[in-house]
Design a binder for this molecule. Structure first.
Ligand SMILES: [Fe+2]
Ligand SMILES: [Fe+2]
Length: 280
């Protein structure tokens, strides 16, 4: 199957309802904020003759100010200010947007993969869209709206470097989404300490729902490689990425075990040190 480099200007915007492929294609490239937040129900079937597309950049609505500079990190104490809570939620909303888009990217990039894998990606995309809605509601409850803060397409800069479906599940599900199993309880604690129980509960919910996304990646990785050990996984990460950004400060062993990571994998992840590798 040929990998097609797509000119976004040449997209047929009129037929997202013709197949899941077209729906995913339309979603990634749309620059309409309403579509990004609610692309409508996807069609039931894939294109019977799927084409591999390698969409290198997503469409970006005018409301989103995309920055390339590294934002300053926030301290827990800053969350006493509603504006800072909204800013952090806005960052999470944008993570979810990129996750939803990148599930669609993978549906198209790995169009020749198993249909049940592609259907699973679509299901995860629906979860990410729902998470976006929950974050947006909370941002608005705090008196802010989408576009009030800059965004950074960090995941888009990295995930499309995956050349195979195995690299994709290694990076996205077993790497970035798995790290969220650690980030969400940490931020839930921050929101709780700031007295924002609804914000904390939202972090708890997203963290709980992330387990299934990680398990999905684990199962496919095991099926395709016949292995699920730390070494095979870290070798599958697209260079120059390392395990460093694929874990939080305190490893969430219980959640990772629920996601079917082995104890040996979790131990090795916790023990891994960057040495000369540098931070990516
Ligand atoms: Fe999510
Ligand atoms: Fe996820």
């Amino acid at each position: 199957m040929n990998v097609e480099q797509v000119d976004p200007a040449a997209v047929d915007w009129t037929e997202p309802s013709s197949s899941i492929d077209a729906w995913a294609y339309h979603y990634v490239l749309s620059d309409d904020l309403d579509v990004k937040c609610d692309p409508g129900r996807p069609p039931r079937t894939f294109d019977p003759t799927p084409t591999v597309h390698d969409l290198r950049r997503p469409g970006r609505p005018a409301q989103l100010r995309v920055s390339t500079s590294k934002p300053r990190s926030m301290a827990a104490a800053a969350l006493s200010e509603p504006r800072n809570r909204a800013k952090l939620m806005h960052k999470f909303w944008h993570h979810e947007l990129q996750a939803a888009e990148l599930m669609c990217w993978a549906i198209l990039r790995f169009a020749d993969a198993e249909e049940s894998f592609r259907a699973g990606l679509l299901g995860i995309c629906q979860d990410e869209l729902r998470h976006m809605r929950l974050y947006r509601e909370h941002i608005e409850a705090l008196g802010f709206e989408i576009g009030d803060f800059e965004v950074r397409d960090w995941f888009w800069d990295r995930v499309p470097t995956c050349r195979t479906k195995t690299e994709f599940v290694a990076l996205m599900g077993m790497g970035l989404e798995a790290a969220n199993l650690e980030h969400t309880p940490r931020f839930a604690d921050w929101f709780r300490r700031a007295g924002d129980e609804a914000g904390a509960a939202l972090q708890d919910q997203v963290g709980r729902e992330e387990v299934a996304h990680v398990r999905f990646a684990m199962r496919w990785f095991r099926q395709w490689t016949g292995r699920d050990d730390f070494h095979t996984w870290s070798e599958a990460l697209p260079k120059p990425l390392t395990p460093l950004l694929m874990r939080g400060k305190t490893i969430n062993r219980a959640a990772r075990e629920k996601a079917e990571m082995t104890v040996e994998f979790i131990d090795a992840l916790g023990a891994w040190r960057p040495e000369r590798h540098g931070r990516r």
